[in-house]
Design a protein around this ligand. Structure first.
Ligand SMILES: Nc1nc2c(ncn2[C@@H]2O[C@H](COP(=O)(O)OP(=O)(O)O)[C@@H](O)[C@H]2O)c(=O)[nH]1
Ligand SMILES: [Mg+2]
Length: 317
């Protein structure tokens, strides 16, 4: 059994076993997971977090593979989070990805983990934020998060990324679908993959005209990069666009603002956890129901809320 201290130290030293253990704790949303996250947060903030989203089949995983191999050539270490609501790590789609990721998987500079969608709202966001903070603290230079741009939960996860790649492909995940998912607004870089396929240039053109309509006064103009991920075409150009976006974020102090927002996010989570704990405990003690019936008789709800919090603090503070 590894204790909190061992996992905390091990992650900072980049030890795989400690990282795997810490990731499970954070994934469970357990107290020790939260404690670990809180302690490691100050050691994170160095990684460039890149979100990759788009409809199933557009080539996101192939792109992750190509980007990873490219980044490894320049000696950058890469953490990969695959957020897939349908398949666990050993499931069909990811298994396919693993085969393609084989070169990278044996490489100590690459770490891959999949996160399943949660039953409750915000669960996926939490698990993703926790996982990327741990990978960041473990020293990975770049963290790639792949999500299926299907539901709101997947789109929400993208707010943790400093650079969001929205991937489209001719005939698949076309512009109409992209608009539906509200995905155009979150893209910092647009990738039209399967550039080898017929219709790729048409997709680029319609995307360009659509973006022209939405982005008027932005100082970062999202570029559109055509790639063929499975033959490694356009990857150098894409990496350049990612570097340009990073420079833009740094020059405009946006990088720091995002870090501040993450700290705020941690505080919000801690507050939400506390409120949940207060509710649970006062229900268990019966105080909750006494308060409810008093409020029915006309007593003040905010006064009772304060009362429940202060009772909880006395016991747990
Ligand atoms: N023709 C062509 N096929 C590609 C390209 N990139 C990926 N694919 C194929 O598209 C399919 C879906 O790719 P995948 O990366 O799993 O897509 P994801 O669902 O977005 O992660 C696979 O069969 C890939 O081999 C490309 O640039 N050109
Ligand atoms: Mg995939």
């Amino acid at each position: 059994m590894m204790d909190l201290e061992t996992v905390y130290q091990g992650i900072q030293e980049g030890r795989r076993r400690a990282l795997a253990r810490g990731l499970s704790w954070v994934d469970e949303g357990s107290d020790r997971g939260n404690a670990l996250l809180g302690r490691l947060f100050p050691h994170a903030g160095h990684a460039h977090v890149i979100g990759i989203t788009g409809a199933p089949g557009v080539g996101k995983s192939t792109l992750v593979n190509a980007l990873t191999l490219h980044l490894r050539k320049t000696k950058q270490t890469v953490g990969i989070l695959a957020v897939d609501p349908s398949s666990p790590f050993t499931g069909g789609a990811i298994l396919g990805d693993r085969i393609r990721m084989q070169d990278s998987v044996d490489d100590q500079g690459v770490y891959m983990r999949s996160l399943a969608s949660r039953g409750h709202v915000g669960g996926l966001s939490r698990a993703t934020f926790g996982a990327l903070t741990l990978l960041d603290a473990a020293g990975f230079d770049v963290i790639l998060i792949e999500t299926v741009g299907a539901g709101q939960a997947e789109v929400d996860v993208m707010r943790f990324a400093q650079t969001v790649l929205v991937v489209l492909a001719p005939g698949l995940g076309d512009d109409i679908q992209a608009i539906k998912a509200g995905i155009l607004e979150i893209g910092n870089i647009f990738v039209v993959n399967k550039g080898d396929r017929e219709g790729a240039d048409r997709t680029v053109r319609s995307l360009r005209s659509m973006l022209g309509l939405t982005s008027t006064s932005l100082d970062w103009v999202p570029p559109i990069i055509k790639t063929s991920a499975d033959r490694n075409e356009g990857i150098g150009e894409l990496v350049q666009a990612i570097e340009d976006h990073k420079a833009y974020l740094t020059n405009h102090a946006i990088w720091d603002q995002m870090r501040e927002r993450q700290a705020e996010n941690l505080l919000e989570q801690a507050l939400e956890d506390m409120v949940e704990a207060v509710k649970k405990e006062s229900r268990r003690q019966g105080e909750w129901y006494r308060a409810v019936s008093s409020i029915r008789q006309g007593e003040s709800a905010p006064a009772f809320a304060r009362e429940l919090i202060s009772q909880w603090l006395q016991k747990n503070g």
